[in-house]
Design a protein around this ligand. Structure first.
Ligand code: DX5
Ligand code: ZN
Length: 229
């Protein structure tokens, strides 16, 4: 288990995808009460959108008072992902669909001192990954199609979260489950109840009147969801 992620703890990770990029430093400071800043890296190939590169991640990591959680929505993960660990991301999550040798890549990222996440698009089944899930610190189950913020949560992903949590607990492994996409006050409790413990929220936090207040509300609802479980 990596020190960054314990399955017994719940984490709120605001995504800066919906932040004001011209004021990015202040936008990162505004979420300092969260557990990490989620940085969505997109290459216009794996997804039809283009955002930040490794240099930008390095600057964010240098500035941010909290850890950096890099979510790579890029092709050629095997060659590209290590650059983000070297840039100072505390955790690096790559998509299974973009990696040729996910286990080898996970080991390389851990050697570079990053926590490692593996992400699945909504239509990618989790079952084939379960045999090797202990190689990762975190499993990211996308709850929208990756590429854009502000989409609506896919309710149909809840059974996938439940199945993954059950398999991980039965194997006695410490693997966190992250949900990303459409996570809000309306959906976070159900995600927690299904077994997710790391919650990414972009528009819910950056479109709120007060980001810190929204983070506190999401934390409370996530804790309520876990107790219901
Ligand atoms: C989508 C990104 C998300 C996105 C979430 O591809 O991975 O991190 O910012 O945004 P919301 O919370 O608005 O769905
Ligand atoms: Zn993301």
């Amino acid at each position: 288990m990596n020190a960054l992620y314990s399955t017994d703890t719940q984490y709120i990770h605001p995504s800066i995808l919906n932040a004001d990029f011209l004021r990015l430093g202040e936008e990162v400071d505004a979420i300092a009460t969260a557990d990490a800043v989620h940085v969505d890296v997109m290459d216009n190939h794996f997804v039809p959108n283009l955002t930040f590169g490794a240099d930008m991640v390095e600057q964010i990591a240098r500035h941010a008072p909290i850890p950096v959680d890099a979510h790579l929505m890029i092709d050629d993960a095997d060659t590209q992902a290590p650059l983000f660990a070297e840039a100072g991301a505390d955790s690096v999550t790559f998509h299974l669909e973009a990696a040729d040798a996910p286990v080898r890549l996970a080991r390389e990222l851990r050697r570079k001192n990053a926590a490692v996440g593996v992400a699945l698009r909504p239509v990618t089944p989790v079952e084939p990954l379960l045999d090797v899930i202990g190689e990762f610190d975190m499993l990211l189950l996308m709850t929208v199609e990756p590429g854009f913020g502000g989409q609506s949560f896919l309710e149909s992903m809840l059974p996938k979260i439940r199945l993954a949590r059950k398999a991980i607990s039965e194997a006695n492994l410490q693997v966190s489950i992250q949900v990303d996409g459409g996570v809000s006050q309306e959906t976070i409790e159900r995600c927690a109840e299904a077994g997710a413990n790391v919650f990414v929220a972009g528009s819910a936090i950056y479109r709120a009147r007060d980001a810190a207040e929204e983070i506190a509300t999401l934390r409370r609802l996530a804790a309520e969801g876990r107790h219901a479980h």
